[in-house]
Design a protein around this ligand. Structure first.
Ligand code: R5P
Length: 283
């Protein structure tokens, strides 16, 4: 039997996983000291047990909680620790763009690897960041589940916000059984940039734009506005990781978005798609 600990950021994902894997959720005592430092104690006996710890590494306090949960498991003699990171925060800085910068994706991976035997994450920003972990690391995708959710929305075409993300749009379109394309920027003159689907016409179409992350919403808002001005009927925004920083939701809504959909790697009221079934296949 598997034993599962759900960190604060990922309790419902842990519960869903426990149900699918017929595993037991363990009790953890989590308290804040008066100075706000975190205290962690796994209340069940985990000696010689195989343990799954589920925790998104966003926002920052959840990272410390993950480290402490891993440490508690190790110190208590767990036989195997599988760390499931639904949203691997800090993954976007995956190289040194300027001399002197930290490579956060690598730094975090090294620390997580210390007390882990296996790592699983979902739609990492770049697949090669899995190599930063010094323990076996695997990824799964929320795209198939997102696509299944979109079927009932009568989508005519799936778009990637840029060429680099087109594989994701293609994968979704195959499940929905519709066209796919990507948004391309063309400079018309010194002051004008046109953004439109590279090959397809969006007029009178129901369109879904799919991306791995929506953070400020800037990328999506630009595409929604253009599609609407080109006559698109409905524009759905779908992503795996809904960070929705600042006024992202307002930006998307003002731009004319019909519905915002994300998975539950980061839990919000837009989490319409459960990620646990995809994760369970890797355990
Ligand atoms: C970029 O490479 C990512 O795939 C997303 O397109 C990006 O993180 C979205 O950011 P924002 O919502 O701030 O435009």
């Amino acid at each position: 039997m598997d034993y599962i600990i759900g960190g604060t950021a990922s309790k419902s994902v842990a519960e869903d996983l426990a149900q699918i894997l017929k595993a037991k959720i363990l009790d953890v005592d989590l308290k804040r000291f008066p100075d706000d430092e975190l205290y962690v104690r796994i209340q069940d006996d985990v000696k010689n047990k195989e343990l799954i710890i589920v925790q998104t590494t966003y926002p920052d306090p959840n990272i410390v909680e993950l480290f402490l949960l891993q440490n508690a498991a190790k110190e208590s003699g767990a036989k195997k620790i599988t760390v499931v990171i639904p949203y691997y925060g800090y993954a976007r800085q995956d190289t040194k763009f300027k001399e002197g910068e930290a490579i956060s994706a690598k730094a975090l991976a090294k620390l997580i690897s210390i007390n882990a035997d296996k790592v699983i994450t979902v739609d990492p920003h770049k697949e090669y960041i899995l190599d930063f972990f010094s323990k076996p690391a695997h990824s799964c995708s929320a795209v198939p589940e997102i696509a299944k959710y979109l079927i009932e929305k009568k989508i005519d075409m799936v778009l990637a916000p840029d060429k680099g993300a087109v594989d994701r749009a293609k994968k979704a379109s195959e499940i929905i059984n519709c066209d796919f394309d990507y948004m391309e920027k063309t400079r018309i003159d010194g002051n004008t940039i046109e953004i439109k689907p590279k090959n397809l016409d969006s007029e009178n179409k129901n369109v879904a734009i799919i991306d791995d992350i929506v953070s400020t919403g800037g990328t999506m808002a630009k595409s929604i506005k253009e599609l609407k001005s080109q006559g698109a009927k409905k524009v759905f925004v779908a992503c795996t990781h809904g960070l929705f920083a600042g006024n992202a939701i307002e930006k998307l809504t003002t731009a004319g978005c019909t519905q915002i959909i994300s998975s539950d790697t980061i839990i919000s009221k837009y989490s319409k798609v459960k990620i646990a079934p995809a994760i369970a296949k890797l355990i």
